[in-house]
Design a protein around this ligand. Structure first.
Ligand code: AVI
Length: 326
């Protein structure tokens, strides 16, 4: 009998570049139903693709939020105290904060926080050149963790959080509550938090926003497979997976999935993952809120609404909160 040499199976921690990604990917792909944490969309390529999504004719949230910031900038600026530090959670591109800065009084610091190092550093440099008098302190961090603020923000007389883009919608409600609680702990007593949120609306509008004609959202979704191929030594064949996005009315959320078009085995981080034909990886939820439902969620962890603004079609809302009672 021929003795077969045993090839040791690589452990997730062998993917030294990103052991956490390996562990999360394997946990998600071995679960039933299969899932992947949406935060893994945002490598350099994914962040660029997301920027392209925000320009698509079907993807209304960014345009609506920018219109609210422009149309109501003066009033929004009034909730930002003189000399405050502005902390942007999940900053991405500068385009929204630029509008806010026009209406904000003199700030002690602007602290953009994002998980994508390239993005946050490049955008911070751009802003520093544009506004040399504004001290910018970029932080590369997962916005759900307890990151430390720079001294200039800690010693400022007030701290204002800015969480635009309806990123809150990508959290499950317990995660959103945990995020809001953590943001309160980072910002401290008396803090203000300005949140952008996508509002519940007709399913046709929502469905087309996540199924654009150019296929950019599909590419963004499949970039997760590209990233696993590159970082985790996976062998996903992109053409054997399909982008699915649909509005789930019962849960007020868009669901994004990657559906396997056939029965197949895929290697990921040294392990074999079986797919049935039609089986999906659930890659993202994008919850839609009413101003009232967001107030209830935020109120549960100590934030009280100061004021809310919407666009003329009521597609999107920007809500300002203060930590503690009015
Ligand atoms: C970042 N986030 C708010 C986007 C959303 O609409 O949920 C991500 C996205 N996914 C597909 N298109 C855009």
């Amino acid at each position: 009998m021929v003795a077969l040499a045993r090839v040791p199976r690589p452990e997730p921690q062998d993917f030294a570049g990103d052991p956490q990604f390996a562990a999360d990917a394997l946990a998600g792909l071995k679960a039933t139903p299969k899932r992947m944490p949406a935060k893994y969309f945002y490598d350099a390529e994914g962040s660029l693709l997301f920027e392209q999504i925000t320009e698509l004719p079907e993807y209304y949230p960014t345009r609506c939020e920018m219109k609210i910031l422009r149309d109501h900038g003066k009033e929004i600026g009034k909730v930002i105290p003189e000399g405050a530090a502005l902390i942007e959670f999940g900053s991405g591109s500068n385009k929204k904060v630029r509008i806010l800065l026009k209406h904000a009084p003199k700030l002690a610091a602007y602290v953009p926080v994002d998980i994508c190092a390239e993005m946050v550093e490049d955008e911070a440099k751009e802003l520093e050149t544009e506004r040399p008098q504004l001290p910018v302190f970029p932080i590369v961090a997962d916005i759900c963790t307890r990151f430390a603020l720079p001294d200039a923000a800690q010693t400022a007389p007030a701290r204002v959080g800015f969480f635009p883009g309806s990123t809150i919608g990508n959290f499950e409600s317990h995660e959103a509550a945990a995020f809001l609680r953590n943001a309160g702990e980072i910002l401290g007593d008396g803090a203000v938090l300005i949140i952008g949120v996508d509002l519940i609306k007709a399913p046709e509008i929502l469905n087309s926003a996540y199924n654009d004609k150019k296929g950019v959202t599909a590419k963004f979704n499949k970039n997760l497979l590209v990233r696993m191929n590159r970082v985790l030594g996976a062998n996903f064949k992109l053409e054997t997976f399909e982008h699915h996005a649909f509005y789930n009315r019962e849960r007020n959320r868009i669901e994004m999935h990657l559906a396997s078009l056939k029965r197949q085995k895929v290697r990921v981080a040294g392990e074999t993952i079986d797919f049935r034909a039609g089986e999906t990886i659930h890659t993202e939820n994008s919850y839609k809120y009413s101003i009232e439902s967001l107030n209830a969620l935020a109120g549960g962890v100590g934030w009280t609404q100061i004021q809310a603004w919407t666009d003329p079609k009521n597609y999107f809302g920007v809500v300002a909160y203060r930590l503690g009672k009015r």
